[in-house]
Design a protein around this ligand. Structure first.
Ligand SMILES: Nc1nc2c(ncn2[C@@H]2O[C@H](COP(=O)(O)OP(=O)(O)OP(=O)(O)O)[C@@H](O)[C@H]2O)c(=O)[nH]1
Ligand SMILES: [Mg+2]
Ligand SMILES: [Zn+2]
Length: 293
């Protein structure tokens, strides 16, 4: 990512794209060609801007490193999965699916556990001890964990994803107090309900770009994307480690004999909940393939 030289979309709302340029943020429409090709520009896209009838328009999207459906964002380096110890309680399946999608798209997943002041996040963190996925416990009040996150933000594009109410906006405000983001408490006073962050928006934070995103309900997870069943094993770093060691080539690591992954599971080298998520996502991918045919 080069924040100095490239124009990038900060936010897209209602057919308008806000593009950060050397001359400030421009409000742009997109050229009709995108709709014809069914390409939607998203936050994080690096773009070329032209003037059409006196107004700036997004004329071209530069090649993407990756693009996510949920949340909609492109060119992601760090995919932070924010979970809270309580209210809402974390789901291992949702967390594992998001992290697998991140790995599959060549982004670095990082799990962040908030609300450690209300309940210890140690138990949830322990599930990832062998996963190879970094876990950071934060406490916005004491500042614990914030520096570890800041160190990952510099020079890259990061996104905070996770359920509504886990504290993504609160965390971003703690990292960069002058942002003044809307969080749950404030909106409750205004009687607007819990879904406080409405759009994916990029902010310049700690020498990088960070996207705050609207939280999702766990039910939305089906639309987050599906990883091909053949590729799924590579999206779980602790499973990928055993690739090529099973008796059968093309082993699904579900029911075959001589499976190195199942042996590692029995030895305790792979977390039980992680393996359960793998099998759930494998079955999902299998059904999805049938749908497609
Ligand atoms: N006790 C405690 N409360 C927290 C912490 N982090 C966030 N909260 C509270 O949790 C509520 C939701 O926080 P938000 O930051 O708005 O959550 P969000 O993930 O941005 O939610 P959406 O924008 O709806 O996706 C607010 O009332 C916060 O004050 C924490 O570490 N400890
Ligand atoms: Mg928010
Ligand atoms: Zn196997």
């Amino acid at each position: 990512m080069d924040m100095e030289q490239t124009n990038y979309i900060v936010k897209g709302v209602g057919g308008f794209y806000y593009v950060k340029t050397a001359d400030g943020v421009l409000e742009c429409r997109a050229k009709g060609i995108f709709r014809k090709k069914k390409i939607t520009p998203v936050a994080g896209d690096r773009v070329r801007v032209e003037t059409e009838g006196g107004s700036p328009v997004v004329a071209e999207i530069l090649p993407r490193k990756n693009v996510f459906v949920r949340p909609p964002i492109a060119n992601v380096d760090n995919f932070f999965i924010v979970v809270s110890t309580v209210e809402p309680v974390p789901s291992t399946l949702v967390t594992d699916k998001l992290s697998a999608i991140a790995v599959d798209k060549d982004a670095q997943p990082v799990i962040v556990i908030t609300k450690n002041d209300l309940h210890s996040g140690d138990e949830f963190a322990a599930l990832y001890a062998q996963s190879g996925i970094p876990v950071i416990r934060v406490n916005a009040a004491t500042g614990e964990g914030l520096d570890e996150i800041r160190a990952r933000l510099a020079g890259s594009l990061s996104v905070f994803s996770g359920n509504s109410g886990v504290g993504k906006s609160t965390l971003l405000s703690a990292l960069s107090p002058d942002l003044n983001l809307e969080t749950g408490e404030i909106s409750r006073k205004l009687g607007r309900g819990r879904h406080t962050t409405r759009d994916v928006t990029l902010f310049e934070v700690c020498g990088g770009l960070v996207a705050d995103t609207p939280g999702f309900a766990s039910l939305d997870m089906a639309s987050a994307g599906v990883i091909d069943k053949e590729n799924l094993q590579f999206a779980f770093p602790e499973i990928a480690r055993y690739f090529g060691q099973c008796r059968f080539t093309g082993c699904s690591h579900i029911a075959e004999t001589g499976c190195a992954v199942k042996a590692a599971l029995e030895r305790g080298e792979i977390g039980r909940s992680r393996y359960e998520s793998y099998t759930a996502l494998y079955n999902e991918a299998k059904e999805w393939k049938q749908w497609e045919r």
